[in-house]
Design a protein around this ligand. Structure first.
Ligand SMILES: Cc1ncc(COP(=O)(O)O)c(C=O)c1O
Length: 322
């Protein structure tokens, strides 16, 4: 199994780091959508499976089960297919239809929950369903992206190391948070290399990760209905919340200003950076990095669909009253 996985490892990591024009800062973007299956999430998927295989927790008979609204599931499905083991993703209605079709094509079985949890999201219902499936399935393995330390380690040794190898000095990293694996691993690596760096966690309004009131959210990939365990190891200096409408606007700006066609969470970080530095003028421009965790194509029916954007606007501004 490990040999089969290693045969595709050259398609994971070593993603391009590009410099973007900005008036006040030296802005760099790591194009994580250049990874196998188009997202950053293949890094933790690969590492978690690899380590579990090494420990003997995954064998050829194992069924891998995971709660994912998209990118992590697509990555796991691809890797499990490669090594010839079963994969069952637990998804929810926020998944984009293209991803759902892909998962139905690539996975052993897809389980879709429909009930919202008490926070208004689907995560807690998905986790309950994962636990039920783990109990019902013989020889099952939960990759557990919200709590598995290997998810953070993947980024410590992978993405974090690649960024640390790319800069002599680095002043800020803006990292979108969902399961928390990315920011936990990267922050540990970057704080070691650049003790004065500021790690800015970027979250979406309505996500409860950093103690905000829950609200309905419509853009997958960023935010969460619970605070993930894995974040206990994260070294975060500041948290910035971005609305979903600003996320959409920033996706269009990334495209118009830099030719970057990226997914929702890339826009969230881009907006956070523009807002953070809008009034700051530095004698020496700071070096700032952010990620484009996935590309724009999976969002053609949402973020990049004008009708959907109108609909989002209505959801955010409609209220029930007399
Ligand atoms: C598009 C996108 N951006 C950002 C993230 C956040 O990464 P993490 O789950 O490591 O916090 C994810 C996670 O699924 C994602 O799919």
């Amino acid at each position: 199994m490990l040999t089969k996985m290693m045969a595709i490892s050259h398609m994971i990591g070593n993603t391009p780091l590009i410099k973007l024009e900005h008036e006040h800062i030296n802005l760099f973007c790591k194009l994580e959508y250049n990874n196998l299956m188009g997202s950053v999430k293949v890094r933790p998927a690969f590492y978690i499976l690899q380590e579990a295989i090494k420990r003997g927790e995954i064998t050829q008979e194992t069924t891998v089960i995971e709660s994912s609204s998209g990118n992590f599931a697509i990555a796991l499905a691809t890797l499990c297919k490669r090594i010839g083991i079963k994969f069952i993703p637990v998804i929810d209605p926020n998944i984009n239809p293209v991803y759902e079709n892909l998962l139905r094509a690539f996975s052993h079985e897809v389980v879709k929950v429909t009930d919202r949890d008490e926070t208004g999201g689907f995560l807690l219902t998905r986790i309950q369903t994962v636990n039920r499936l783990l109990n019902e399935t013989k020889s099952s393995f939960w990759t557990n992206q919200y709590g598995n330390p290997d998810s953070a380690r993947a980024h410590y040794f992978g993405l974090g190391a690649e960024i640390a190898d790319s800069f002599e000095t680095l002043d800020y990293a803006f990292i979108g948070v969902s399961s928390g694996g990315t920011i936990t691993g990267i922050s540990q690596r970057l704080k070691e290399r650049y003790p004065n760096i500021k790690i800015i966690a970027v979250d979406t309004v309505g996500s409860v990760i950093f103690g905000q009131e829950p609200q309905k959210r419509y853009i997958p990939g960023i935010g969460s209905s619970m605070r993930p365990d894995i974040l206990k190891g994260a070294l975060i200096d500041e948290v910035v919340h971005v609305s979903e409408e600003d996320t959409v606007n920033a996706c269009y700006q990334l495209y118009a200003e830099h030719g970057i066609f990226a997914g929702g969470s890339s826009g969230t970080s881009y907006w956070a950076i523009k807002n953070y530095f809008k009034d700051q003028k530095h004698v020496v421009k700071p070096n700032v990095v952010f990620l484009c965790p996935d590309g724009g194509m999976p969002y053609v029916n949402t973020v990049y669909n004008q009708e959907w954007v109108q609909w989002l606007h209505q959801q955010k501004h409609s209220f029930v009253g007399n």
